[in-house]
Write a protein that binds this ligand. Structure first.
Ligand SMILES: Cc1cc2nc3c(=O)[nH]c(=O)nc-3n(C[C@H](O)[C@H](O)[C@H](O)COP(=O)(O)OP(=O)(O)OC[C@H]3O[C@@H](n4cnc5c(N)ncnc54)[C@H](O)[C@@H]3O)c2cc1C
Length: 384
């Protein structure tokens, strides 16, 4: 391969396909390179909640802008992405959890999202009758929701292609090509491809492409067990989570439940199917947490179990930036378990940065340099 493009996007998850779509529809010649298949990593493993509630304040404007895009995304992409704006219920499993839930509601309302505090199990079960009658209360954000992660990535990729983008799967980028302080393209196993700008959205593999440039993106990779059930009749509309983040789940448009549990440290060099399959103990704990909340699932058959790797930064917010030290390098990674919702806006920002170097979206909090300066570590508490 000896090729040339204005922009190369590395990564066929939601961030990369969304960037390719935004670039292509603005008339920029773009090629996306994906080492496996589209959505073969986090974007395929995801719970795929589309959530503003419980967001870090720096991410909230992006999540709100993303929800405005989600509301029309299917129409825009001419594909059903199974987006459902049926809300997010964050449960207080015990009375002791109620103060945490109250805080999530107060913070949400103070920052401009409409959220309700729901006291007592009867009121919670009016919104979701399948939930255990022992639940103490919940927060409810009616404008949150969920979508089909794989259909969304495929729809973005197809829309990008309709606008002229080239999408190549099964091609691994082995390094970035650099000339002084300019990025000039990428090396792949099949040869070099030159480009004026490279958009790097390679999920957990982003740090290894940055390291030869002396750019350090510190990621703690964690594995989150996921169980998907057989098809059940419709019984749950909102996405569910619990106040300590140890369980989140939803019923897909297909009728299957997709359930996630607590995350565990993962320190392998490369992912394989074997080393991302959760252990019996991790699955047992995940299922116990799910049944505490949704006892109705006890007789349900399991369709599939997998582990999803999460690219967690020390402060659990991403890097989205045109890297100042190098001309022609734009990075989006470290979404810390909540980058699916942001996808449509991440693509907009990446295209803005690749084409003009700036964006109207507020991204000052998402620089790479903040890690070298030292950031306060935070625990990831809410997902879904
Ligand atoms: C279990 C789980 C539950 C989640 N739940 C939610 C949720 O409810 N809501 C939410 O908003 N987010 C959620 N997330 C997070 C969300 O899924 C991710 O933040 C998002 O999908 C990240 O997308 P991405 O495109 O940045 O990365 P990825 O989807 O990981 O895509 C990166 C792509 O780059 C490719 N790649 C890597 N290296 C190379 C290379 N050298 N050359 C070529 N290609 C390469 C990979 O194969 C991969 O396809 C969850 C994640 C998991 C794992």
């Amino acid at each position: 391969m000896n090729d040339s493009r204005d922009v190369i996007v590395i990564g066929g998850g939601i961030s990369g396909t969304s960037a390719a779509y935004e670039l292509a529809r603005r008339g920029t010649p773009v090629m996306l390179l994906e080492r496996g298949d589209l959505h073969s990593m986090a974007s395929g493993w995801s719970l795929a909640g589309v959530r503003q509630s419980g967001r870090h304040p720096a991410e909230l404007p992006l999540a709100q802008a993303a929800v405005r895009r989600w509301e029309h995304l299917a129409e825009e992409l001419e594909s059903d992405v199974e987006y459902r704006q049926d809300g997010n219920l964050r449960l207080a499993v015990t009375i002791g959890d109620l103060p945490t839930i109250r805080r999530v509601v107060d913070e949400g309302n103070a920052s401009g999202i409409v959220m309700e505090y729901i006291d007592g199990s009867d009121a919670v079960r009016e919104l979701a009758p399948a939930i255990t009658p022992t639940v103490a209360g919940a927060s409810f954000c009616p404008t949150d929701g969920h979508a089909n992660n794989c259909l969304t990535v495929q729809a973005l990729a197809r829309a990008a292609q309709r606008h002229g983008a080239e999408i190549r799967t099964g091609i691994e980028v082995t390094s970035l090509r650099v000339d002084g302080d300019r990025i000039t393209g990428v090396e792949t196993a099949d040869g070099a491809i030159s480009a004026g700008t490279v958009v790097l959205a390679a999920g957990i593999y982003t740090p290894r492409l940055l390291a030869p440039l002396n750019l350090d993106l510190p990621l703690d990779i964690v594995l989150c067990p996921v169980v998907q059930t057989d098809v059940m009749e419709p019984m749950l509309k909102p996405v569910l989570g619990v106040s300590d983040g140890s369980f989140a789940g939803r019923q897909e448009a297909s009728g299957r439940f997709r359930l996630t549990g607590e995350s565990h440290p993962w320190r392998e060099a490369r992912h394989t199917r074997a080393n991302t399959t959760p252990s019996m103990g991790q699955v047992q704990a995940m299922i116990a947490g799910a049944l505490d909340v949704l006892p109705v699932l006890a007789d349900m058959r399991i369709n599939r179990i997998w582990g999803g790797l999460i690219d967690r930064t020390p402060d659990v917010i991403p890097v989205i930036e045109k890297i100042p030290h190098y001309d022609g390098l734009v990075v989006a990674a470290g979404f810390s378990g909540h980058g699916f919702c942001l996808g449509p806006v991440t693509g907009e920002i990446l295209a803005d940065l690749a084409i003009t170097g700036t964006t109207h979206h507020p991204i000052d909090a998402f620089t790479l340099a903040r890690f070298a300066a030292g950031v306060a570590r935070k625990e990831l508490q809410l997902h879904g």
